[in-house]
Design a protein around this ligand. Structure first.
Ligand SMILES: *Cc1c(COP(=O)(O)O)cnc(C)c1O
Length: 380
């Protein structure tokens, strides 16, 4: 008998999601608008910060697309992008016919390196083209170097699109990720910390930006009794059914963050006496990560030759999912011709890093199986 698969990050319902979905059916709000959509937006606004404005959208990728459009990005423009990320960050730059300028990571947060960022922006400006936006990512829930990145962007007057798809609930100096940028992006895909099955949102600093985002997300329809259009629009609004799931998930978000963080503590404990394996953790007290995914870095010269691939295969044998860290976008065939600034930090992270099961729904039995597989491999 084979044991159930332990997933990296699977949906975890709190229980009340169905009530909101049933209500949508009962009231016939089976459409990309309705009380759940506005209710979910209100919940997110209350959660993020006072005076934020949230537009619920069909995906995080759609939110990035609409942020880039509002930042004025068009064909031939350049956008600074963290290379170490999921393709959902950078694909929308290409949808618009713009060029992603890829930036390396730094070792502490694994996110955009402020030194490489500065080098890139100054070099692009010297070459005659000022980047239209900076796309920075709080990867795996770990806040990037907020102060350095935003101070530099402000000095250069370049808008920041803050990809918080993985970092709902993470904070820097007590302030929620998603509220630092000119545009904040959230995702509620099936594997994220909360899910609407699929969905996303834009956190907007003003009501004007929120209204414009919703306008663009509903085919840019002008005020008129008939269908009148003077701008190119998109069909990117969130469904009222999906938003109902989101409202239920908001009730358990903080509890799920505690549970994800407990998974991270579990790995810190598990690996504390294993030389050559380091768990990715906050480097100082200003940073609070939701630990959406817990990740380790493996140094085979200190583990007696055991690599991250050995760990992955040992877990796979026990029906436990794990996955290498994001492959940097500048190494993807899709993006290999785009300019890149930095060294080999994110490349090295990709070669030696592994994401481990991190879900808020993992049980003591699951943790026991993970622990056993790791201890067997390391013979402890
Ligand atoms: C998930 C994710 C996205 C895209 O969100 P979707 O809702 O899947 O479109 C963008 N950036 C990062 C870093 C992500 O993890």
């Amino acid at each position: 008998m084979s044991l159930d698969k332990i997933w990296l990050s699977s949906p975890h319902m709190g229980g009340t999601e169905r009530n909101f979905v049933t209500e949508a059916f009962d009231t016939n709000w089976v459409a990309p608008l309705g009380p759940n959509v506005t209710g979910f937006e209100k919940d997110l606004e209350a959660y993020q910060a006072e005076n934020t404005h949230v537009a619920a959208l069909s995906s995080g990728t759609a939110a990035i697309h609409l942020a880039l459009i509002q930042a004025g990005v068009g064909p031939g423009d350049e956008v600074i992008c963290q290379s170490f990320t999921f393709c959902g960050t950078t694909n929308p730059v290409q949808y618009l016919g713009a060029t992603p300028i890829m930036i390396d990571s730094e070792e502490q947060t694994w996110n955009m390196c402020p030194v490489a960022l500065k080098e890139a922006v100054e070099d692009r400006i010297a070459k005659g083209k000022k980047p239209k936006a900076i796309l920075a990512v709080h990867l795996y829930g770990m806040p990037y170097k907020v102060e350095e990145i935003h101070a530099f962007a402000k000095a250069k007057q370049i808008p920041v699109i803050e990809d918080s798809a993985e970092s709902l609930g993470s904070t820097y100096k007590g302030q929620k990720c998603g509220t630092f940028g000119d545009y904040g992006i959230l995702s509620f895909n099936g594997n994220k910390i909360i899910t609407t099955s699929g969905g996303g949102a834009m956190v907007c600093p003003t009501k004007v930006v929120k209204d414009k985002t919703i306008f663009l997300a509903t085919q840019a329809r002008d005020e008129a009794p008939h269908y009148q259009h003077s701008e190119l629009g998109y069909n990117y609004r969130l469904s009222n059914i999906s938003a109902g799931i989101g409202r239920g998930q908001m009730e358990v978000l903080d509890k799920h963050i505690d549970l994800r963080r407990a998974m991270n503590s579990f790995y810190q404990e598990l690996f504390k006496d294993i030389a050559g394996v380091r768990v990715h953790v906050e480097q100082n007290a200003a940073i609070f990560s939701n630990h959406w995914l817990s990740a380790i870095l493996v140094d085979p010269s200190k583990t007696g030759g055991i690599t991250r691939e050995d760990i992955r295969l040992a877990l796979e044998k026990e029906n436990i999912e794990s996955r290498p860290l994001w492959k940097p976008m500048h190494l993807q065939p899709l993006c290999k011709d785009f300019p890149y600034y930095g060294g080999k930090i994110c490349e090295t992270l990709f070669e030696n890093g592994l994401c481990l099961p991190s879900g808020s729904n993992l049980t003591d039995q699951d943790r026991g199986r993970i622990e056993k597989a790791i201890k067997q491999l390391f013979k402890i």
